[in-house]
Design a protein around this ligand. Sequence first.
Ligand code: NAD
Length: 292
Amino acid sequence: MSTIIIDGKDVSQRIREGLKAEVAELTAAGRTPGLAVVLVGEDPASQVYVGSKVRACEELGIYSQKWALPAETTQEELVELIHKLNADDRIHGILVQSPPPPHIDEEAVILNIDPRKDVDGFHPVNVAKLVLEEEDGFVPCTPLGCMELLKAYNIPTAGKHAVVIGRSMIVGKPMANLLVSKKANATVTIAHSRTADLPALCRTADIIVAAVGRPEMVKADFVKPGAVVLDVGINRIDDASRPRGYRIVGDVDYADVCDKCSAITPVPGGVGPMTIAMLMANTVKACRQLTC
Ligand code: NAD
């Protein structure tokens, strides 16, 4: 069986090109979309993520503000900034890069973001809108990106059994909600760390979404021949042969699984590139909704 390798770089590039045209149109009408990215502390991975988000805005013509706050910033100071950004007409999307330092209560901070500007889709109002299938809410970027990949490759979901491995609020749960929605019509099972006999459950799946954070956990014996496998995982594993001393692998053992499935996302180059594209899409959506 020849396996389709789902090219997230290509799909995200096409989405970005479409967004660039939309941003130009909005800008010509005096409605330039704006995103504020807030980083607290000096976590190196977070700095890289924030840098890529700001660069993506620049490429598309989206106005951006980067707020790099010192690690000792208090909860009150952070909330004060969020309130300022909520009131700033140039800003349509606000995100606080995760994880903040331990003295910051992330959930409490998110509650202060105006839900209409919550382009990460983490505010309870947006969680509810996803469950209620209300179109004007914001859906977390990574699961939204997975749905776009399925769409781009015309992979049917209606009537299919999807097993989502992982129940986080960022990936697993919103992914399951998107798949079970009346738009996608899949039958969904959410698996997690306490699920009994995960390989047997996964073998009943037409679509597997792995969002676990365990390198190469999903093996060939998890996969029914012809299933579609979306690998959300981003894990570093030691590799002395690489200049940096590590390489990135997913939650799926790609080499083991690849020949058995009908389509699969590689890591890197699969789901990863979609996340920022969806953040840009959510920012443009927020701008349209706030300035119409
Ligand atoms: P998380 O740690 O919040 O959640 C992991 C989930 O996996 C939990 O719900 C847990 O119950 C489940 N789990 C743990 N061990 C398990 C096991 N042995 N069997 C079955 N389930 C198990 O992680 P997350 O934030 O959802 O991220 C998951 C992965 O996706 C990570 O590798 C992360 O780096 C990656 N990620 C990628 C992107 C992207 O842009 N591609 C975005 C977010 C997260």
